[in-house]
Design a binder for this molecule. Structure first.
Ligand code: PRE
Length: 284
């Protein structure tokens, strides 16, 4: 008899990224003991894995407490992918300065990390490694791997990645605020059955205007107000059509199975070019 294969999760790799940690946390919450973890070189490829059915799930960072939205994720939701959000998970993010085992700070000529990693440690870099050029790489784990291979390179990532690639932690907790956290979404192919249960739900939407005219945003907000729906978050992204042209990401309390949410969405569909429901999922 053949053994059933474990559900698979696509994540931004290599092993040792914060996405890796988030994927394991989701698997744990789903009661999956040995998930198949599929490394991807970019967030777009995580979305592709899910959209094309290569993996059952994907894990993508959505927002960081210090640096704000993860724009690559938002743009995939808005313009590329039809994946649905099945859940969210918030991780505490504590970065380390990672160096070659034999390197001293004087050896370091470049600091590399994921753009979010560099951004979240901007003040530290300015104060403690002033004047040393920075360079972005695909992930924090990639930066640990590079530091392990080159005495002139320091990385920024977690202690697990440092250990995994044979580098050492020169200094821990170098993020600019100790309350640093990143929120991750669990995504599945469109129409995927809900997998997480909860008492309170949230719905994420991508809203596209017919035209940029006075009161357009007020109209959107009014529909939620009329339906008695509380807004959790609103953020704008360029539509990439013209300078100053925006679409909106809105998170609201409630689920698409709630009557008031259905009412508000039906009204918005009459007035907007597109109402893309990204998913209803339990609040963590
Ligand atoms: O580079 C990593 O380790 C990632 O998982 C990426 C990422 C991000 O996309 O924001 C995840 C969490 C942290 O905010 C820093 C980087």
């Amino acid at each position: 008899m053949s053994e059933a294969t474990a559900p698979s999760f696509a994540y931004l790799g290599p092993a040792g990224t914060y996405h890796d940690e988030a994927a394991r946390a989701f698997a744990h919450r789903l009661g999956i003991e040995n998930p198949e973890l599929v490394e991807c070189p970019s967030l777009s490829e995580v979305f592709d894995c899910v959209d094309r059915g290569r993996t059952e799930y994907g894990v993508v960072a959505t927002e960081n407490a210090l640096e704000g939205p993860v724009t690559a994720t938002l743009d995939n939701f808005a313009f590329r992918s039809s994946a649905t959000i099945l859940g969210e998970h918030v991780l505490d993010i504590h970065h380390c300065l990672i160096m070659h085992p034999d390197a001293t700070r004087d050896d370091v000529k470049t600091v590399v990390s994921h753009p979010q990693g560099l951004g979240q440690c901007r003040r530290y870099l300015n104060d403690k490694l002033h004047g040393i050029p920075t360079m972005t790489v695909a992930s924090t784990a990639d930066s640990a791997r590079r530091a392990a291979a080159d005495k002139s390179v320091a990385g920024i990532g977690n202690a697990f990645a440092a250990e995994l690639y044979g580098a050492r932690v020169e200094e821990a907790c170098i993020e600019d605020h100790f309350g640093n956290q990143t929120s991750f979404a669990l995504i599945g192919r469109q129409g995927h059955v809900p997998v997480l249960t909860g008492t309170k739900f949230k719905t994420s939407l991508a809203l596209f205007l017919q035209a940029n005219r006075p009161g357009a945003l007020l109209m959107i907000l009014s529909e939620f107000a009329y339906a008695g729906i509380n807004l959790v978050k609103i953020q704008s992204r360029p539509t990439k059509q013209a300078l100053g042209d925006y679409m909106f990401f809105v998170d609201i309390e409630g689920s698409t199975s709630d009557l008031e949410v259905q009412t508000a969405l039906n009204c918005l569909r009459l007035k907007l070019r597109e109402v893309k429901v990204l998913g209803s999922y339990p609040v963590e």
